[in-house]
Design a protein around this ligand. Sequence first.
Ligand SMILES: [Zn+2]
Length: 573
Amino acid sequence: MARTSRDAIAEIKAKLSMVDLARRYLELRPMGNRLVAPCPFHNEKTPSFTCSSEKGLYYCFGCQAAGDIFDFYGRMNGMDFRESLEALAEETGVELPRFQKADGFAPKQVSHKQEMMKMHEIAAHHFRKNLQQSEIAGKYVAERQIAEEVLERFGIGFSTDSWQALADIFKRSGFNLDVAVECGLLLKSKNGRYYDRFRNRLMFPIRDVNGRTIAFGGRVIPALDDGESAKYLNTNGTPIYKKSQQLFGLDLARRSVTAQKSIMITEGYMDVLTLYQFGYTNAVACLGTSFPEEQVKRITELSKNVELLFDGDNPGREAAFKACGKLLVKGISCRVVLFPPSDDIDSLLKEKGKEVFENLRANSTEGLSFCIQTLKKRSPKDAVEWSREFLGQIEMPELFQPMATKLALGLGIDEAELRLGVVEQKKAQNTRINAQSGESAKPAVPKKKTADAEILTVATRYPHRLQTLQEMGADLILESPKAKVYWDKLLQYGEDEILPFLDESEKAFWVKCRSADAPPRNNEEGELLAIYHLIQAKQKKSYVQSMVAAVRESGEDAQKAYLRALYAQGRNN
Ligand SMILES: [Zn+2]
């Protein structure tokens, strides 16, 4: 067991590398001697996010986001440091010391979100056991021909008709039941009774990319359907679950997506299960039909090749059309597979077999062609308007030309006119943006490095030489209050534990000084010597200034004597 939080942090870092963690979310590519990806924390076209396992750090050249695994995990999952530490400790099997008030980390015992995660884990286990024991639910999954292995992998369960089963478990385990209500597992009646939210349903755990259950989808089992319940009941937004950020099945599909460099996107939980059962392990389901920007971003971070598998009915076509538009402007190539009206993925694969499915895939439609097909059924005016807006959003200039040509040809409109429309639209947009911001963007002026920055750079690069720097008087010539605060933190915390205590700009500075891109740390003495000279120069300057001030206040004879001394001092140096 780790003795202190510091030991635990080191132990977790030894077990989970920065690169492995980042790979869960991003498609990292080698560029020179670095691994890069488009930054998940700001919108960009060229990748400026970089990370290194050796240093255990990440850094974005675009938005200066920076930190270690805890910081990255926290940002990706909306957790604070304490919560990330708890989550990664649990994942890597590192035990955290119980009382850590003294070593500076948040003294909360278990965070709110951690409690919600724990309750979801318990609920998933409870539902899973129910399914193994229930005759009716067992019969249903047998009829749907869901393989035992798939049920196990996805943790599929069953909620019985009991109003109290889960509520009782939480009560017995000493959980705060209001927290269970807040995270959507229980409901509270007007007279204050807590009861189970999910009943008589096949339960699909919705897990984050790290495999932790954060929500549930519940499907009514036909034999238990009272005719009044919705077919699906899902967890709504909670502190640990934001629907727009999650993709069902991503925790299991992630590796295949990276290996195959492509991702399948479907509409429902069952589709993902069926695909998995038939060996298509790179499938995920969007949780809803709107395909929000956050999901699009997550997908673009994982793969540049998307296959959309949607129902062939009108809502399915419309959803596919919207998804194509959103993906294509980001430079993602996508293909659309629509199922015949009488079939879905489940019935097709289970009743007609893999060959028919493969046939459909082979005849899939390229994304932009699919958009053109759809647009041709609309009025010419609508089609042109859509095209202009679409072209105006394209993020990569090299894609603009071929797409404009294809759209113009496909829709039978004049390409020059279409392009002109886009230019005019953009101009209007820019005028609006400029009018709103009140000024046009100024080019960034490179800042000259201040003495503060030079001292802190060396102090950050060589923390074991802080004492030497202090003896030189480095801390005494720091000018800005912010620099002094940062210096004190360097003194207080070791290099392995400092990150959680730094604010965003400090963290960016720290990581920049120590990232894989910083100059190699092979000239320690030389860098220290440079700081020594800097300090000397600064001290001399202030010495001369105070001399001059003193001379001004004194009599004429004294002034002459001082000036002579000053002159001599200058010659000797
Ligand atoms: Zn960034």
